[in-house]
Design a binder for this molecule. Structure first.
Ligand code: D5M
Ligand code: FE
Ligand code: ZN
Length: 484
């Protein structure tokens, strides 16, 4: 609704309005404006100018009513409209057993090493030898698998890697083109090396990452999936208008013939974390919130998600702004918040591997992308799918330990990509990118908030309001609901 019309509505009741009130009301659904104006005027009494303080209790009251209505509507168990065949293959929710003791860390790193070493050892024709036995294979080509325990550059510009397995330790030297590959190795990584022994060192011919096998493209499914992320409900930079248009499109209410056809076939909406903006996530965040308490934020999130059509199944996993533990793997949202959402929402952990009608979907918020971009110079925030390729090459969702991505030392490393997915979906960096890597579809699906003051300071330029519509086995379609 236009500013003028809102001002007129108040004027007709004998009140002037402060410009900030108009800004607040512009983001409200049009159907609510008359009601808001009449309620505000009822309590405004003798004031001459309506200020935000007069409006906020009315908005709170209306929202509480809407939430109550929503809960009544969804609680009695509205049936799901169509068969959705989704099962959880892997998720930490309910299964965390670490306390952070030294023993836990030892078990965690063992699990990580064993899983990755076994992935590398099982590569075709690899046949590694124990590091202790390399000396017995002089002048023969050998392959070893081990953990990088040290890495430096030699005086003549070669890479020197200390590699360790359960039987011993060896110095690996990478020269020329291989030095460039070695430069991209992160600390604590498990790799394979092929080469020849010279003196006491192994001169590398090849550095082998665990990687994923080449996978052919899959058969097309007859439904669409929509990938979004980082809704950040509750933030004062949340893009109400863009979000509303997106939801209307999902409901087939807006768009051209072609895009409505796409919407009609959407059966799943996947959200990869940062559902709400949270509280106290970064210094000074309280100045950037529209809804200042966490309950209110999840109530708003639930209400917005409830606007999506009943025919879609929504899968939600958390991110670093959500009300679960920060360390990964993160469990699904706790019951007190999850229960606010409608019946067609499924809450899963971060990361989670799901089987969606035969399509293996791996969801991960993507915190480690920050670490990867920082550590590997050729990676860019503007192309988040490149960092996701690095996760797959390393078969690990957070291959850097001890940087920005906090990892809980579970007995089993849930962040290892054991099972090969058909789709890897991330968010977190608020930019957009899709790619196919060895037959796996990668998608990073932007956000629903414009640049925050905080992001301005760290020079982060988001690409908000971009949505991926994907028919498994086909090519992704990008819809942009944002015009800067
Ligand atoms: O993260 C959104 C993006 O903002 C993500 O790429 C990280 C970046 N970010 C978050 N915190 C920081 C700090 N402290 N410095 C630099 N960049 C940061 P989100 O999870 O939505 O906050
Ligand atoms: Fe985010
Ligand atoms: Zn995030």
């Amino acid at each position: 609704m236009s500013s003028k019309l809102i001002a007129t509505k108040f004027a007709m009741q004998g009140y002037n309005v402060h410009p900030s009130v108009i800004e607040i009301l512009k983001s409200q659904p049009e159907k609510n404006i008359d009601r808001i104006v009449s309620e505000v005027c009822k309590i405004a009494g003798n004031s001459f100018i309506i200020t935000p303080e007069d409006v906020s209790p009315v908005l709170e009251m209306l929202k509480a009513k809407e939430v109550r209505k929503l809960k009544e509507e969804i609680k009695p168990g509205k049936p799901l409209p169509q068969r959705c065949d989704v099962s959880l293959i892997k998720d930490i929710t309910g299964g965390s057993c670490c306390e952070g003791s030294v023993d836990d860390f030892v078990l965690y790193f063992n699990s990580r090493y064993e899983k990755l070493a076994s992935i590398i050892s099982q590569q075709r024709n690899f046949f590694p030898v124990n590091i202790a036995d390399v000396r017995k294979r002089k002048s023969e080509k050998v392959r070893v698998v081990g953990l990088i325990v040290g890495k430096r550059e030699s005086m003549n510009g070669n890479a020197i890697i200390e590699l360790e397995d359960r039987t011993g330790r060896i110095t690996v030297i990478a020269t020329g083109k291989l030095k460039e590959e070695a430069d991209e190795l992160l600390g604590d990584e498990t790799i394979g090396v092929e080469g020849f022994l010279r003196g006491r060192s192994l001169i590398a011919d090849r550095i082998i990452l665990p990687d994923v096998p080449v996978n052919g493209k899959k058969n097309k499914k007859d439904f669409n999936m929509v990938f979004i992320s980082d809704t950040h409900f509750g933030s004062n930079t949340f893009l109400h208008e863009e979000w509303n248009t997106f939801v209307k499109w999902l409901n087939c209410e807006v768009g051209n013939e072609k895009s409505i056809k796409l919407a009609e076939r959407v059966k799943y909406v996947i959200i990869a974390g940062d559902i709400v903006d949270g509280v106290g996530v970064y210094p000074g965040q309280d100045r950037e919130l529209e809804i200042i308490d966490i309950n209110g934020q999840y109530e708003e999130a639930a209400m917005q998600i409830a606007k999506m059509p009943d025919r879609v199944r929504i899968i939600i996993s958390p991110g670093n702004h959500d009300a679960v533990r920060q360390a990964e793997p993160q469990p699904a949202l706790p019951k007190e918040f999850a229960s606010l959402f409608p019946k067609n929402v499924m809450h899963v952990g971060n990361p989670s591997m799901l089987d969606v009608e035969g399509v293996k979907l791996l969801i991960y918020h993507g915190r480690s992308i920050d670490d990867l971009v920082m550590k590997i110079p050729r990676l860019e925030y503007e192309r988040p799918h490149q960092a996701m390729i690095e996760m797959l090459r390393r078969r690990h969702l957070a291959p850097l330990y001890g940087n920005r991505t906090l990892i809980a030392p579970e007995r089993e490393d849930y962040l290892v990509v054991d099972d090969i997915p058909d789709i890897l979906h991330c968010g977190h960096v608020h930019t957009y990118g899709t790619a196919y890597y060895r037959g796996i579809f990668l998608v990073n699906s932007s956000c629903w908030q414009s640049q925050t003051e905080f992001q301005k300071k760290v020079n982060l330029n988001p690409i908000p309001g971009n949505v991926t519509v994907y028919q498994p086995g086909g090519e992704p379609i990008r819809l942009n609901f944002y015009s800067a």
